[in-house]
Design a protein around this ligand. Structure first.
Ligand SMILES: Nc1ncnc2c1ncn2[C@@H]1O[C@H](COP(=O)(O)OP(=O)(O)OP(=O)(O)O)[C@@H](O)[C@H]1O
Length: 550
């Protein structure tokens, strides 16, 4: 499936349907046949009533009616079954496509997305394609064809009555059109508010622990209260508008019967219409415009589903610039005329640095001075406005994910481990590493005893909850994981903040010994304690100053 974010919703919907072409066609053809077959029981009823009226046997018509009903049921089942199968397959494919697109998204863009919003797009928005594909297609075919077929039957009985039956239609549609003007915009606004509310709810749930600690109640959570108030306001306004429009439309669309029956009785009176014709006219005109009535509801639901397509598309890939594979050995790491801003605030302008393999570089500065910003542009988490980091002569921001991760490993304060064993978590870089090498590092970082005491040692489960280890232990494990990747560059952004002085020294010494040629870029507030430093930079007032080593 080839969805791109530059597509419009119709093109995207076509791409989705064409990925399940066979099932979609079977469903459409069955639904069309089903609508045509539906006229047969009505014809049989008409002919059997006429047969009774004329004193002949109606059984042949009744038998045909029974067969037609069975065929109609079978066709309807096939149409709905195939539409559902197509819908489930398409949703699955769209979800897979989104996951792949997220996996290939540039890391800085990925970091710019909110987790709750991504979750909503992948779960709810994809799910709302289900009614669009599984139900609305067959509903529309049935809804459009049935009134046409039944009106043709009415024309067959008496064309004059058929015209009278259709009189309310233009009135109802005009009323509907006038009252529903601007509906699409309102619907879009509504979906946006629901999405914001969803996001605020997720944020609320995420911070509920802190709120409890400070005894803050739900009403004081500003974002949630604000989005709930907007939701309430918009729902009240829409309900008033919708109810008025709907009642007028339903009343107008259902007056066919009221108009047709008196005229039909008059025609019976003057002998132009038989009693059988009168019965049929009453039956048909009672529900004549009902399918078109239902369609208006279907179309408003379709609006909701198409808004979901609009929300899914921005996550899909487009040609954001081509990432290149890079394999040359690192000779020099440099930062060339780099400017970086965050929001409207320029953090750096014109940064120039040169670092050679084996150098340990210390970066310090006041909180908020831009240390993390500087190194986030190297790890790919942030993009620069101008210039950037280079490995040899090539900009790192042009590298594909795999190349970048072969050169750069990074550890920050927020350690993230995944569900799986300790060993799986330590070997995320997929390098072929023997257990002895892992044990060697665990020993050097003072964690050997701790892991030896675990029930399954390196194969012990370690989940997202990180229950097994303390903050400092988790940080050391994260540094070991980064070290095991054996990248020529390692970024440690406050990665030892939870460690005591002794363990911090031990970890940094172990790192140097394990990879003597590695460039180590270390951000630390306790910079006086970092040993064997080859270059020291102080970040201050949007620029970087080299501090002489004593
Ligand atoms: N998304 C953002 N939008 C606007 N400003 C931001 C954003 N993220 C960070 N900043 C600002 O950029 C500046 C640099 O932040 P950065 O995290 O690089 O500082 P730091 O030196 O690493 O701080 P610390 O030592 O406290 O971690 C800060 O003033 C911060 O408030």
């Amino acid at each position: 499936m080839l969805l791109t974010k530059d597509m419009n919703r119709l093109a995207a919907f076509k791409v989705m349907l064409s990925s399940e072409k066979r099932r979609v066609w079977v469903s459409i053809c069955s639904a069309i046949l089903c609508s045509f077959v539906e006229i047969i029981p009505w014809l049989c009823l008409y002919f059997s009533l006429n047969a009774i009226y004329e004193g002949s046997s109606p059984y042949m018509y009744l038998a045909t009616m029974a067969i037609a009903l069975i065929v109609r049921y079978a066709l309807y089942t096939v149409a709905i079954w195939y539409a559902h199968l197509a819908a489930y397959h398409i949703i699955q494919k769209v979800r897979q496509h989104l996951v792949m697109a997220l996996a290939h998204m540039k890391i800085d863009k990925l970091r710019g997305l909110k987790r709750g919003d991504i979750e909503k797009r992948i779960t709810d928005d994809c799910q709302s394609l289900e009614p669009l594909i599984a139900h609305h297609g067959t509903d529309i075919i049935n809804g459009l064809l049935m009134p046409v077929i039944m009106t043709s039957f009415l024309f067959y009985i008496d064309w004059w009555l058929a015209i009278i039956a259709l009189v309310p239609l233009p009135l109802a549609l005009t009323a509907q059109f006038l009252m529903m003007r601007g509906f699409a915009d309102r619907q879009e606004k509504y979906t946006k508010i629901v999405s914001n509310m969803h996001q605020a709810q997720l944020e609320f749930l995420r911070s509920i622990g802190v709120m409890k600690l400070f005894a803050v109640d739900a009403n004081s959570y500003l974002e949630l209260s604000r989005t709930m108030r907007s939701h309430d306001k918009i729902v009240t306004t829409y309900t008033k508008q919708m109810v008025g429009a709907w009642v007028t439309f339903v009343t107008l669309a259902q007056i066919s019967l009221t108009l047709v029956v008196p005229v039909a009785i008059l025609l019976v009176e003057v002998g132009q219409l038989s009693l059988v014709d009168l019965v049929m006219v009453v039956c048909i005109s009672a529900g004549l415009l009902k399918p078109w009535l239902d369609l208006t509801q279907v179309f408003s639901q379709i609006q909701q589903s198409t808004v979901s397509i609009d929300r899914i598309l921005p996550l899909c890939s487009s040609n954001d610039g081509i990432s290149v594979m890079y394999e040359k050995p690192l000779q020099v790491l440099s930062c060339e005329n780099m400017a970086v801003s965050r929001g409207n605030y320029t953090v750096f302008e014109n940064v120039n640095l040169n670092i050679t393999p084996g150098q340990r570089v210390l970066i310090e500065g006041e909180s908020g001075s831009g240390k993390s910003t500087l190194l986030s542009t190297l790890s790919g988490a942030l993009s620069s406005d101008a210039g950037g980091w280079k490995i040899n002569d090539d900009f790192v921001h042009d590298f594909d994910d795999e190349s970048r991760s072969r050169y750069i490993a990074a550890v920050d304060q927020h350690v993230k481990f995944f569900t799986g064993t300790l060993k799986e978590n330590l070997l995320l870089s997929k390098r072929d590493v023997k257990d002895e090498e892992i044990w060697h590092l665990l020993d050097a970082f003072g964690l050997k005893q701790l892991v030896s005491d675990l029930p399954s040692k390196l194969s012990s489960d370690i989940g997202e909850t990180n229950r097994l280890f303390s903050g400092g232990e988790m940080q050391r494990l994260a540094i070991i994981r980064a070290a095991l990747a054996k990248t020529p560059i390692l970024i440690l952004d406050e990665a030892t903040a939870h460690l005591d002085q002794l363990n911090e020294q031990k970890a940094l010494a172990a790192l140097r010994e394990y990879s003597p040629n590695q460039i180590q870029l270390i951000i630390s507030h306790r910079y006086q304690q970092v040993k064997h430093v080859d270059a020291h930079f102080n970040v201050r007032s949007g620029s970087i100053h080299e501090v002489s080593l004593v």
